[in-house]
Write a protein that binds this ligand. Structure first.
Ligand code: ADP
Ligand code: MG
Length: 384
């Protein structure tokens, strides 16, 4: 069948038991690009085994053997994907278990984190020839739904939205910005399109169209802005009978997130603080790092309300949710600093225990001036 390949596990098998108690963290190294090769760059990343990555400023084999104890650092993740890994391998190792969980009425989320050009969109959306996690997840979902029922019991809806410059937009129906509202089920964007999906074939086209609706840099009209976060939400609704034979509705939600480039989040120069746009993108990614820090430290108060992104991700980070982070990195020594930064945050995210933190939410201050942004930035640099 159509989805059979997607369910085949080729890499490390991650047990469902691990999911739900902590964030699972994966790293994916992309191949050196033509441009990087032409610039004479070397690889500074080595995938040691299925879980370990080694990052060093000295990248050839001899340097590795000679200097590994002196310079460089090993990181261990739930899996480390080398540049030769396929989209299917990444999907089946990182996300297929979450699709299974969503079909049981649970929530799951996967986010790609990393610098611009590191491979986030390739991993999430992919290309027509090489579809990524978003498409493979939906394909697998339809396959599993068909295995379970042919009676239309499962209804699948898709929403695709963008957070850019602290503004939320509907990527399936571009128009006015959406307002976030909080109700019993959590945060939702009022008026967001919920597209009823019937088959995989329509979805790739839909998502590519949606991706073209993402905000682009005014100066580089064909390139998606590195400051845009894209969130695909897949809702699966179905009816089951409970113990007393009553029919109940269950909804599982899978969120697949292509984050903005992380390089600006911790930029140390003044330029970042000067422009409003820069400050706002910082707000979302800085807020994400603050939430990660608060969750790692088991703090009672997690500052979700500091940005649109963290409000939308609240139930994906601290709630009863299965969360996966894929850290995307370039192997090039020219991106050494960014890679180091990405691996630092990925390493930290491993410590997050996903439990119900929501009861502890307090009223919080939303930084609304550049001074507050600057303070937040300094705080983070201390932690780093
Ligand atoms: P990001 O979204 O993180 O800014 P992209 O996903 O757009 O980065 O990747 C940058 C470039 O590298 C694109 O041309 C993309 O096709 C290519 N690329 C990224 N990851 C891979 C990969 N695993 N294999 C082959 N090409 C890749
Ligand atoms: Mg991208």
């Amino acid at each position: 069948g159509e989805g059979a390949a997607a369910t085949e596990s080729e890499g490390v098998t991650v047990k469902l038991a691990n999911i739900g108690s902590r964030i699972l963290v994966f790293v994916r190294v992309r191949p050196l690009s033509k441009k990087e090769k032409e610039a004479g760059s070397r690889s500074c990343v080595r995938i040691v085994n299925q879980k370990e990555v080694y990052l060093t400023e000295f990248a050839n084999e001899n340097d590795y053997l000679r200097l590994k104890r002196l310079r460089g650092r090993h990181f261990t993740f739930d899996a480390s994907f080398p540049d030769s890994s396929s989209q299917h391998e990444v999907y089946s190792t990182s996300t297929s278990e979450l699709v299974e969980a969503v079909l049981q009425g649970r929530n799951g989320s996967v986010f790609c984190y990393g610098a611009t050009g590191a491979g986030k969109t390739f991993t999430m959306l992919g290309t027509a020839e090489n579809p990524g996690v978003m498409v493979l997840a939906i394909k697998d979902l339809f396959y599993k739904v068909r295995q379970r029922s042919c009676d239309g019991n499962h209804v699948v809806h898709l929403s695709y939205l963008e957070v850019y410059n602290e503004t939320v937009r509907d990527l399936l129906s571009p128009g006015r910005p959406l307002v976030l509202r909080e109700d019993k089920q959590g945060i939702m964007a009022a008026g967001l399109t919920q597209y009823r999906a019937y088959s995989t074939d329509e979805v790739m086209v839909l998502l590519q169209q949606g991706n073209r609706n993402r905000t682009t840099e005014p100066t580089r009209a064909n390139e998606t802005s590195s400051r845009s976060h894209a969130i695909l939400q897949v809702m699966v609704e179905y009816r089951v009978k409970d113990e007393s034979n009553n029919v109940v509705n269950r909804v599982g939600k899978l969120s697949l997130i292509d984050l903005a480039g992380s390089e600006r989040a911790l930029a140390t120069d003044q330029r970042t603080l000067r422009s409003l746009e820069g400050a706002n993108i910082n707000r979302s990614l800085l807020a994400l790092s603050s939430c990660i820090n608060a969750l790692v430290e088991g703090k009672k108060h997690v500052p979700y309300r500091n940005s649109k992104l963290t409000q939308l991700l609240k139930d994906s980070l601290g709630g009863a949710c299965n969360t996966v982070m894929i850290a995307n990195i370039s192997p090039s020594n020219l991106s050494f600093g960014e890679t180091q930064n990405t691996l630092h945050w990925a390493d930290r995210a491993k410590e997050i225990r996903t439990k119900a933190y929501e009861a502890n939410e307090e009223t919080t201050q939303i930084p609304n001036s550049e001074t507050d942004q600057a303070k937040l930035l300094l705080e983070l640099q201390k932690d780093n």
